[in-house]
Ligand binder design. Structure first.
Ligand code: MRU
Length: 382
């Protein structure tokens, strides 16, 4: 599918920078930022310059790699088979990046993968050191400074690239599975942005729509504006119209009328964390759309790569919901403040759609149907 030309997250390893499309400037400006420093990557995730669950995982993985790559101060090996400073540097980067946003589990999942890769390399190196005496170690030219530095960086870069590439493949597969549930000419409603901008490529909820476009499905997509940060208006409407897909923007409170008018055959959304029982956290307002869909008898599909499924969360109550600044509600996007000074504001960025409102969860490994506590586990081990 070659329907859009942007790349939301990319590593430029020559320059040692993470290149991201600044999503806060869309749709008015297409500007790429080149981030070399840990704090810049943290800020980009926090401020939603890069956003969407898979994309922030990918950005964090590259961010952790760059934190080591761009730091010349690794000290020297002490003969134990491992340069100790590496662990401190990595842990600092990991903890900092993990603090950028709380809800999307992909952030922690990606950082844990990087951590495991580093630990595996250490175990291999220390073991090699013990086995060979104090001469050399398996795969690592220990004690020779530049040698192990190169090996460690190569491993971390490979892992971050794998996280990115696996996400692209997962999204493509989600697109195929998702499309199998849809019919030509259908009207589809989506909330927030679970598109190419939010992933390595294709998106999750928008992947079936891109594949359908390629195969002349003639979908009519309705995009919820998605207050307060307007991911639907600014991002989904932008990427779908760029791809020549029939997209109509509506305010969030118009979902009921388009459903009542018979314009919607299915709701497709992404998600930030799926609990073991299928409860799914996604952008604020998603659960309201699910309740409406149930009322009108419209199927409600959640699209999630396995990196978004968190079996450690028993149900939605275990998912931490991000709260964001009041000014996103009272001032942002307006030329003047649109709420009285001092008014109390509650601004949760996500809500949890209960499993009983979800028709199916579409993953790269296949489609899970209720009861999700069984079907998700079965897919995981398939
Ligand atoms: O706050 P955001 O814009 O990062 O929220 C994004 C969403 O809620 C998406 O629907 C979700 O991350 C899935 S992206 C494939």
């Amino acid at each position: 599918v070659e329907t859009y030309s942007f790349e939301p997250v990319r590593l430029d390893d020559q320059e040692g920078v993470l290149v991201i499309l600044d999503q806060t400037l869309l749709p008015n400006e297409t500007k790429y930022l080149r981030l070399a420093v840990l704090e810049e990557v943290w800020e980009a995730i926090r401020r939603l310059r890069v956003r969407g669950a898979p994309a922030i995982g990918i950005a964090a993985a590259y961010g952790a790699y760059l934190a080591l790559r761009n730091n010349p101060d690794w000290g020297l090996g002490d003969g134990s088979g491992w340069p100790r400073e590496v662990e401190t540097l990595f842990a600092t980067a990991k903890n900092r990046l993990a603090s950028a946003r709380p809800t999307a589990v992909n952030l922690f999942w990606a950082l844990d993968r990087m951590d495991s890769r580093l630990k595996a390399l250490k175990a291999e190196s220390v073991k090699g050191m013990e086995e060979r005496g104090k001469t050399a170690s398996l795969g690592l030219s220990l004690g020779l400074g530049a040698g192990w530095r190169k090996d460690i960086l190569a491993a971390l870069r490979d892992e971050a690239n794998a996280i990115r590439n696996e996400d692209e493949a997962a999204c493509r597969s989600i697109g195929e599975h998702g499309l199998s549930l849809l019919k030509k000419g259908w009207g589809l409603l989506t909330h927030c942005n679970a598109g190419a901008l939010a992933t390595a490529r294709y998106g999750t909820a928008l992947a079936p729509i891109y594949l359908g476009q390629e195969r002349d499905y003639g979908f009519k997509v309705f995009a919820d504006e998605t207050r307060p940060l307007l991911q639907g208006a600014r991002l989904t409407a932008w990427e779908l119209s760029q791809a020549g897909i029939d997209v109509t923007l509506i305010c969030d409170n118009m979902a009921s009328i388009v459903m009542d008018e018979g314009k919607i055959n299915a709701v497709l959304v992404g998600c930030d964390r799926v609990a073991a029982n299928g409860d799914s956290a996604n952008k604020i307002g998603t659960s309201g759309v699910a309740i409406l869909a149930a009322h009108y008898g419209i199927p409600f599909y959640v699209h999630a790569p396995f990196s978004t499924i968190d079996f450690a969360c028993v149900d939605g109550d275990d998912i931490q919901i991000e709260e964001r600044a009041a000014e996103e509600v009272t001032e942002k996007w307006y030329s003047r403040r649109m709420a009285p000074l001092g008014v109390k504001v509650y601004n949760p960025a996500f809500d949890v759609t209960k499993a009983n409102l979800i028709t199916a969860i579409i993953t790269e490994k296949g489609i899970a149907y209720p009861p999700f506590s069984l079907s998700l586990k079965a897919l995981a081990s398939s």
